[in-house]
Design a protein around this ligand. Structure first.
Ligand code: GLA
Length: 445
């Protein structure tokens, strides 16, 4: 939607309001490094042109009046204040509340301001392209302005990204900080190599000879209900794995050794090499599975305490939790991301593609976040000539990301339209596929 059209719609929604301010916040596609961010291990995404645009005005009272140009999103209103009770899970105003609450806490806001806010989006929803974090960041930029604060002066892009990653936990997802970091810090034509705790962003140029093609599997992934539980299984199992690793380190090196997350093995004071980490992992998880009872014995606590501290209500799979494979994914994905960044800097598309392919295999087999549809779409893409093809984002549905030589891009899209969308899905409409262009981070217009 054009800016002018958005302004018109804003005046129609909020008659009599003064001219609105506008901000934009892109979606993202992750090229490699999946389910590693919440463990403090790096990722390599890029922001895309599809984005959320928000028109907003401060109000004199504390009311937030949140509307969407898409009528399937109901009008939401709430009072801003010291403690914002969340709406039921899945309601879209929770993303706005998350942003406001995060900023209120950070800036110790007492003069709570309301705002009129109208959202429009070119980002497909629930397609694994981070429409939710993009909305959180857009609302954060709007509310910052309403508070009279300035991005980069009162809070840096990195600080805001860290703050919003934490703030988004309000909606119930235990996500890491990848989405907010790339949405706020990306640069045109570049991918971002992102490290965490503390957040660091380094840009790397995208290959010139290849296009990044995003294909929607047409299986929606929402960050609520059963899908939220599936996503949270990753962070929860990794939290348990981290506790087991810490136990092992204490036994081997002394009780003073502590780690908060798996990434601390490499980046904390321990500063281990990947080879050393691999050896520790093999001692922590010599067998594929670990039952709840075994974990409790190892951690010297009761099964209930293991649930309270790390697993929550995550159901125990038959035979136990797959700790060995989950750890293997973390280690191998870490190595792939580091090599992928080097491959980008060296302009080596072939190598980058191979790493993407290996990442998909690891996501599917070791982290178990793929699905028959995603696997079929990845296979169709490789058969159609992609140098690399993998699921992207949380998994279980959503999109795949593909590295495709520019000279075969048209044929590639025709071929997967036939093999995946027509034959596999029985879908005869226009294939939900696009060439992604790396975009700048969120800002005001
Ligand atoms: C979601 C989360 C991210 C990240 C990815 C998986 O998009 O929001 O923080 O964990 O899943 O890589």
């Amino acid at each position: 939607m054009e800016i002018q059209e958005l302004e018109q719609q804003f005046w129609r929604a909020f008659p009599g309001a003064k001219e609105p301010e506008i901000c934009r916040s892109p979606g993202r596609v992750n090229l490699i490094g999946e389910h590693t961010d919440y463990n403090g291990l790096p990722v390599l995404p890029m922001a895309i042109r599809q984005e959320i645009l928000v028109a907003f005005r401060p109000r004199e009272d504390r009311q937030v009046d949140l509307r969407n140009c898409d009528p399937s999103f109901p009008i939401k209103t709430f009072e801003n204040g010291p403690d914002l009770p969340p709406s039921p899970p899945g309601e879209w105003d929770n993303y706005c509340k998350a942003a406001i609450q995060g900023l209120n806490t950070h800036f110790k806001v007492r003069a709570f301001r309301g705002m009129d806010i109208l959202v429009t989006s070119t980002l497909p929803i629930a397609a694994g392209l981070s429409s939710s974090s993009s909305l959180v960041v857009a609302c954060a930029l709007a509310y910052l302005k309403v508070l009279g604060l300035h991005l980069e002066k009162d809070i840096s892009r990195l600080e805001l990204a860290e703050l919003m990653a934490e703030a988004e936990h309000y909606v119930g997802t235990r996500g890491g900080g990848m989405d907010q970091a790339v949405i706020l810090n990306c640069v045109t034509n570049h991918a971002c190599k992102i490290d965490f705790f503390p957040l660091r962003v380094e840009v790397a140029p995208l290959p010139e000879d290849c296009a990044i093609v995003v294909c929607d599997s047409m299986v929606k992934v929402r960050k609520s209900g059963a899908e939220l539980a599936k996503y949270n299984a990753g962070p929860r199992t990794c939290a348990l794995a981290c506790a087991l690793v810490e136990r092992q380190l204490k036994d081997e090196f002394g009780p003073e050794v502590e780690i908060d997350r798996l990434g601390d093995l490499w980046f904390g004071p321990l500063c281990l090499t990947s080879k050393e980490v691999e050896e520790i992992f093999s001692r922590v998880a010599p067998k594929p599975n670990l039952t709840l009872i075994d974990a409790a014995t190892r951690l010297k606590c009761t099964p209930q305490q293991v649930r309270d501290r790390w697993l929550g209500d995550l159901p125990e799979p038959n035979g136990g939790f797959h700790v060995q494979a989950r750890l293997r994914h973390q280690l191998t994905e870490y190595r792939r991301v580091e090599t992928a960044r080097d491959a980008l800097l060296a302009g080596d598309s072939e190598l980058f593609g191979q790493l993407m392919n290996a990442s998909h295999e690891s996501c599917a087999n070791d982290f178990q976040i793929s699905s028959p549809d995603l696997d079929a779409l990845v296979k169709a893409a490789r058969d159609a000539g992609a140098l690399g093809a993998r699921l992207t984002g949380a998994g279980f549905g959503g999109a795949t990301v593909n590295l495709v030589p520019k000279d075969i891009c048209h044929d590639f899209i025709d071929e997967i339209t036939e093999t995946y969308y027509r034959r596999h899905k029985g879908y005869n409409g226009g294939a939900p596929v696009f060439v992604a262009h790396a975009n700048d981070g969120a800002n005001y217009l």
